[in-house]
Design a protein around this ligand. Structure first.
Ligand code: SF4
Length: 135
């Protein structure tokens, strides 16, 4: 079960503006199955992670006219759990401070996805460490 953006954040979609969302090989495989090429929508960043590209200040997949994600059902896993993030120093999951909708998250919602967020962070770190990020 993912965070439902349409219920949780019907208008703002701040996370889709100047996005720094990281992607895994599994994300890229799922998105590429829709006909996209990894190099079109992602780039390699410091630390060897792969992130979504921005076009005109928003994510490659964001449609400013409809204010929706063009690949919502296939969006990266990080987008599915956002604004729940894993805080390494505090060793716990939190709502991201920069998201104005974070205060709307319940403890139950955070707890329900925390293990998935932690597993995703480990996967991203492992792929980056082995030079296996998707682009
Ligand atoms: S993939 Fe979709 S949900 Fe994720 S940042 Fe891009 S537009 Fe937003």
């Amino acid at each position: 079960m993912a965070i439902d953006c349409n219920r949780f954040c019907p208008e703002v979609r701040l996370c889709c503006q100047e996005t720094e969302m990281t992607i895994t090989r599994k994300d890229a495989k799922r998105i590429n199955a829709l006909g996209y090429s990894t190099s079109d929508y992602s780039h390699r960043v410091i630390g060897s992670f792969s992130e979504l590209k921005n076009v005109d200040g928003h994510c490659y997949f964001y449609d400013p006219a409809s204010k929706e994600c063009k690949i919502y059902e296939a969006r990266p896993e990080g987008c599915r759990w956002y604004p729940v993030v894993y805080h390494y120093t505090k060793r716990k999951c939190l709502g991201d401070d920069v998201c104005p909708a974070s205060p709307n998250l319940t403890r139950t919602e955070i707890r329900n996805v925390c293990h998935k967020v932690r597993r995703l962070v480990e996967e991203l770190r492992r792929e980056a460490a082995h030079g296996e990020s998707p682009c």
